[in-house]
Write a protein that binds this ligand. Structure first.
Ligand code: SF4
Length: 366
């Protein structure tokens, strides 16, 4: 049974919120120039909030998601008690997370810092590849950014600036971005090596497909990678072929074999995202089971329809649906000695995960 704050997280994720005038002025400044959110990607399009109990949630707003945020009943307000979420008769304290200062600056080459990487909550995500060689139907990246390889020295500069940001210092790093073309594999391996060598005391995770010739778990483990994120996205074969055709070209059995080897032979921590709401729930739960029994941490990512994608008018799953999937998945994982990820509490802002009082879930500090 979820607490009222836990339930509120799921409602905010799917229904969104509006801002009262005092809250908007407080966050965006009297001149209205301070951005409320970086809104760079489908699942980070909203305003991150921290709720009581260290519950983190990324809340969509109509400015960036007019395709589904309409007349939300939750309101972010500002008054004598600070920031609160007002919902019908209930009022709950909330802490909006600012955007990093460096996201508004140019780098040493005169290019937007944000083109190289962005910090959400406590993690800077750098994107060596702009755009993507793939075209998953729910993803705006290949539709809004041109395919490009970025300078490695400027990616390193981006991480250094993010770690030292005065408004929102990053505590850890994710190397993510779009999928490379085969001719980029050597470049991307060099990015991994240089970032891991440059920041040896900062946890660095790597998110990538299990592409033969690129993702070498043993090598990355030796070089100090903290964790791999190898995201299946969907488990239903038909949904995979329709919605993630290039990823579906790698059979599920190969994904699972890669994950199993990385966890059990290499000794690497691996997590894998499953999108909730685009396939029958039974398939999502089978995916959770398959990952958990291989020692991989399943991460549930609620589908959020992104503008400029073929799925922009598909409704997101309801809060009841999310709560049901969460509770069933949590139980399935627990029966296999696993928990739903991610472990980092601030990074839970756009996933179906909640703190459980154990120290399995924690913020990064350094
Ligand atoms: S592979 Fe990743 S970045 Fe590329 S289109 Fe699919 S979800 Fe988007």
């Amino acid at each position: 049974m979820l607490t009222s704050c836990e339930r509120l997280k799921f409602e905010l994720m799917t229904d969104g919120m509006r801002l009262s005038h005092p809250a908007r002025t407080r966050l965006s400044g009297s001149d209205g120039q301070q951005p409320l959110t970086l809104a760079d990607y489908a699942t980070t399009s909203g305003i991150p909030l921290r709720l009581p109990g260290d519950i983190w949630v990324n809340v969509p707003v109509a400015e960036h998601n007019p395709n589904f945020v309409r007349n939300p009943r939750h309101v972010l307000d500002w008054g004598a008690e600070g920031f609160t979420i007002r919902s019908d008769d209930a009022t709950i304290p909330a802490e909006p997370i600012p955007v990093p200062e460096c996201s508004q600056r140019l780098n040493s080459a005169g290019q937007p810092h944000a083109w190289y990487g962005l910090t959400h909550t406590d993690r800077v995500r750098i994107s060596p590849i702009g755009g993507c060689a793939n075209s998953c139907k729910f993803c705006d990246l290949p539709r809004t950014s041109k395919f490009a390889r970025k300078r490695i020295d400027l990616l390193l500069e981006c991480v250094r600036d993010a770690l030292a940001d005065p408004a929102l210092p990053a505590r850890h790093v994710l190397i993510s971005g779009g999928t490379p073309r085969p001719t980029d594999y050597g470049y991307l391996a060099e990015v991994y090596a240089q970032v891991l060598a440059a920041f040896p005391t900062t946890p660095v995770d790597i998110m990538m497909l299990p592409l033969p010739g690129l993702l070498d778990a043993a090598d990355l483990h030796r070089k100090g990678a903290n964790e791999l994120c190898v995201s299946l996205e969907l488990f239903n074969e038909q949904a995979r072929s329709q919605l993630i055709p290039q990823k579906a070209a790698i059979p599920i059995a190969e994904w699972l074999a890669f994950i199993e080897c990385a966890v059990q032979t290499v000794g690497m921590r691996v997590r894998s995202l499953l999108v909730v709401g685009l396939e029958p729930v039974e398939d999502t739960l089978l995916g959770v089971e398959a990952l958990a029994e291989r020692g991989c941490e399943p991460v549930l990512s609620p589908f959020r329809p992104a503008p400029h994608t073929p799925l922009e008018h598909v409704a997101p799953p309801s809060a009841d649906y999310l709560a049901d999937v969460f509770e069933q998945a949590r139980d399935i994982a627990a029966r296999r000695g696993a928990k739903l990820g991610p472990r980092c509490l601030p990074c839970q802002h756009n996933t179906l995960s909640l703190p459980d009082g154990s120290d399995y879930y924690h913020p990064w500090t350094h």
